[in-house]
Design a protein around this ligand. Structure first.
Ligand code: URP
Ligand code: ZN
Length: 462
């Protein structure tokens, strides 16, 4: 038997904030109450006085070692990316299988699972659909019934590589609805983006400052309202990834008020940074190229409001870092060639805590909901994950609100030479991170090995 007794923490769960103890036995939470005694001489006792105890963070949107099809692969692999995740208090991730067009979904899944096997934390997978034919419907059924994949991703942009036409998205949604699965959508009007990109390049407007101009807010807002319509018509549960504009949040709010089953996610970068970054001198704006792009500052308060009011239920990172040297630099003479994506997994909790909780934009309980409880509920992991209930996996974050740090690419665990949060102060960090009832990270040191994470079979979801 292995057990841990965490004493006198401030426990922040989905239902309450209370001072108490947590006993874990063989990887599960075995008791939660004040005044617990050590059940066995070998039980390790951890003093959590002055610390918060959160359920381990769940990042529902990451892309480790993502091949872009042009020779570039995102810079964190499953090992380095999950190491960074643990350092920041995230104990489960959901990455993606992205089959090549014509490739079997199940063959792509087999390869992706092999790559993900070196993870240091637990991992699940969404299945991206990059093409449509009748065979895919049968494979989707196998994903749901046998492979523990209850969410499918479609892209309305990137039509040259992974994006689908509306008629294909309708078929995906109808099939997913019949399987009680969810469809997650990257909402941007792909044809308009391509049109605007080509127009700027033809006119010699090649710098990173044209990236947001080729993907303006209405390109996202139109796609969000179209995705809502397609999902409503096919009666498909919908999850909108990386919402970046106030207008998109309003569309979602209206749909939810009308009773449509739709959930939404935003990312820390949309809550903290604005479009002016693309106008930094030289080519520095390239560091901030992700899609959708950062927005004018007025959107930021609307996104925080949407998080606070429950229109947005989850904060994921869309973690997909690319090095400045050798990767972002590929687009020095053509912004459309800058690989899209940024790092974020290590600092998701600290950024939300510092700039959300401490600045009274969200409550401590909402922080736990956005980073752990709701991702678990939406993607079929609750109450095994995202919970402090007896019987849940013992994935816990002992959070020290007194720890301060300054984010820097020089010290982060991401395998990436740049950070969009360079120089930002954080107040509050994990002191100890526990996975599967064992200390995985303590004050800067890791005590778990690559490969100790397990694949998360998921079913259903709220
Ligand atoms: O810019 C982004 N979002 N990169 C990651 C790939 C994707 O679009 O999800
Ligand atoms: Zn993504």
């Amino acid at each position: 038997m292995s057990s841990l007794l965490i004493k006198k923490g401030n426990l922040v769960s989905e239902s309450a904030i209370s001072r108490g103890d947590i006993l874990t036995v063989d990887g599960k939470i075995a008791a939660v109450q004040a005044g617990l005694e050590k059940p066995h001489p070998d039980t390790t006792v951890i003093d959590a006085d002055g610390l918060y105890v959160f359920p381990g963070g769940i990042d529902p949107h990451v892309h480790m070692e993502l091949p872009l099809g042009n020779g570039l692969v995102s810079a964190d692999d499953f090992e380095s990316g999950t190491r960074a995740a643990l350092a920041g208090g995230t104990t489960s991730i959901i990455d993606f299988v992205t089959p090549e067009r014509g490739q079997s979904l199940l063959e792509a899944l087999r390869k992706r699972k092999a790559a993900a096997g070196k993870s240091l934390c637990d991992y699940g997978l969404h299945m991206s659909l990059t093409a449509w034919n009748d065979g895919i419907a049968a494979e989707m059924e196998t994903c749901v019934r046998q492979e523990g994949i209850s969410s499918f991703k479609v892209y309305m942009a990137y039509k040259e590589t992974v994006g689908l036409e509306d008629r294909e998205i309708i078929a995906v949604m109808e099939t997913a609805a019949g399987l009680n699965a969810r469809v997650t959508v990257h909402c941007e009007h792909g044809d308009l983006v391509s049109y605007l990109q080509k127009k700027f390049i033809r006119r010699g407007r090649t710098g990173p400052e044209y990236h947001p101009l080729s993907r303006p807010p209405e390109v996202e807002e139109e796609a969000v309202s179209r995705a809502l319509l397609l999902a409503r018509t096919t009666q498909c549960p919908l999850y909108i990834v990386h919402v970046s504009t106030g207008g998109a949040a309003k569309e979602i709010e209206k749909a939810r008020a009308a009773g449509q089953p739709v959930q939404a996610e935003t990312c820390p970068h949309y809550l903290l940074l604005d479009e002016s970054r693309y106008r930094l001198p030289g080519f520095d704006g390239a560091r901030y190229v992700m899609s959708p792009p950062l927005r004018p500052a007025s959107h930021i308060s609307e996104l925080w409001r949407a998080c606070r009011q429950g229109t947005i239920q989850a904060v994921g990172t869309d973690h997909c870092p690319f090095n400045f040297k050798g990767q972002k630099e590929r687009g020095r003479h053509d912004f459309t060639k800058i690989p899209n994506g940024v790092a974020g997994i290590e600092h998701r909790l600290a950024l939300l805590y510092t700039y959300g909780v401490l600045e009274n934009r969200i409550s401590l309980q909402q922080f736990v909901e956005l980073t752990a409880v709701n991702p678990a509920r939406i993607f079929g992991l609750y109450p095994r994950k995202g919970s402090l209930q007896v019987g849940a996996d013992a994935d816990l974050v002992l959070w020290d609100p007194q720890l301060e740090d300054v984010i820097s690419a020089a010290t982060h665990h991401h395998h990436c030479d740049t950070s969009i949060y360079e120089g930002l102060l954080i107040n509050g960090k994990p002191r100890i991170v526990i996975t599967d009832g064992k200390v995985a990270f303590r004050e800067g040191s890791f005590s778990v090995e690559p490969g100790c994470g397990t694949y998360l079979y998921r079913s259903g979801g709220d």
